[in-house]
Design a protein around this ligand. Structure first.
Ligand SMILES: [Mg+2]
Length: 367
């Protein structure tokens, strides 16, 4: 082995949202980012997860020891070692997020040591990765929704956008429909309109609303109409509504995605590289979906997804999420431009092409 991993350093950042935000089943006013820096041969790889500060303890207590002193070329082996080391902690949740942050940092490190972009290391199927604008929080007033849609469609030329519905656990479906109507009105007739209920509705409620949203407003993507743990319910909504049904953002291991596919629960499988186990597992999940004849969509963290997403033939798009747009443009030199509805990874920059703007990020550092 010529070069071994010499250090694994974690940092926790907490970034306030630009105003209080809510979807169907959660409210929040900040985002926690756990950053991982891995070093070998004087080269640093950078990865992260949007999760909780507890990831730092998992990495320091369990994962660092699996990686330090090892060959950074063997990322898949290191991913497996981390997964095995956490058996008794339980993988879903913070553990999988912690593994994801280290895995993405290791892949970035490997690419930088080889002097190639991640896009070229994984191998490109497409050079430009389609995205959709995502935000449209249930907490927004109409003026805020209008302004955001104007940015997405007017300023950035995005051909597809998504808003949150299911306000207050599905208790105000009249306002949900009013906001869908408003968004369609602002976006115009040509833009693909998506909705995300974050599991707020009951099955029959979701079917009733889904039919109205398709017929009256042309909604073509209905994300988590019911809880993503209700696989039969997702399949039922899928059978009863003409819009595509999507889920998968809470997938923390391969078997979860296999069960979702086996149940016929989705038309498009969402995978989050900051949760599923990093690039190593993202690629496995994409292959699993391909074997089922389905496309995949990258969930959030658009700049971390861009290179890997372009390396699979069954990619539909990436979610260009409002909160992560703000954070990634602020934190990372090399963050990609969403204009035109595509992210185009820069294959002339090594790794994922991102470097931390330390002076901008430091004021959000918590640990
Ligand atoms: Mg979602």
């Amino acid at each position: 082995m010529e070069t071994a991993v010499t250090s694994v350093v974690t940092e926790v950042y907490e970034i306030p949202t630009d105003q209080p935000e809510a979807d169907g089943t959660l409210t929040w006013d900040s985002t926690t980012l756990v950053m991982v820096r891995v070093t070998a041969g004087g080269v640093e790889g950078l990865g992260w997860t949007y999760a909780g500060a507890g990831c730092q303890s998992v990495i320091e207590d369990k994962l660092s020891g699996c990686v330090e002193g090892k060959d950074p070329m063997d990322v898949v082996g290191l991913n497996e070692a981390m997964a095995r080391a956490c058996r008794n902690l339980g993988r879903p949740g913070l553990v999988a997020c912690a593994i994801s942050a280290v895995d993405t940092a290791l892949w970035d490190l490997k690419a930088r040591l080889l002097g190639v972009s991640l896009a070229k290391l994984f191998g490109q199927v497409s050079t430009a990765v389609p995205i959709y604008g995502s935000g449209g929080f249930t907490s927004y007033d109409d003026a805020t929704t209008r302004a955001q849609v104007e940015t997405w469609v007017g300023a950035w030329n995005l051909p597809r956008i998504k808003i949150k519905i299911g306000q207050s656990w599905g208790s105000d479906s009249a306002r949900d429909l009013q906001r869908v109507a408003l968004t369609r009105d602002c976006a115009g007739p040509e833009v693909e309109l998506y909705v995300d209920a974050n599991g707020a509705y009951t099955r029959k409620q979701a079917i009733r609303l889904g039919r109205t949203m398709v017929d009256d407003y042309g909604v073509s993507w209905f994300e988590e109409p019911v809880s993503s743990d209700d696989l039969d319910g997702l399949a039922e909504v899928r059978a009863q509504c003409r819009s595509d049904v999507a889920a998968g953002e809470y997938g923390y291991h391969l078997a979860y995605f296999a069960r979702m596919l086996a149940a016929g629960a989705v038309d498009c499988l969402q995978i989050d590289v900051t949760r599923c186990g990093g690039y190593t597992d993202w690629l496995r999940v994409a292959a699993l979906a391909q074997a089922h004849g389905l496309e995949v969509s990258g969930h959030c963290a658009p700049n971390l997804h861009a290179h890997v997403a372009g390396s699979v033939p069954n990619l539909r798009h990436l979610e260009y999420f409002h909160d992560h747009h703000r954070i990634e443009q602020l934190f990372f030199e090399g963050a990609l431009d969403p204009s035109g509805g595509y992210l185009v990874p820069d294959v002339d920059r090594p790794g994922h092409g991102l470097s931390l703007r330390t002076t901008d990020a430091v004021r959000y550092r918590r640990r």
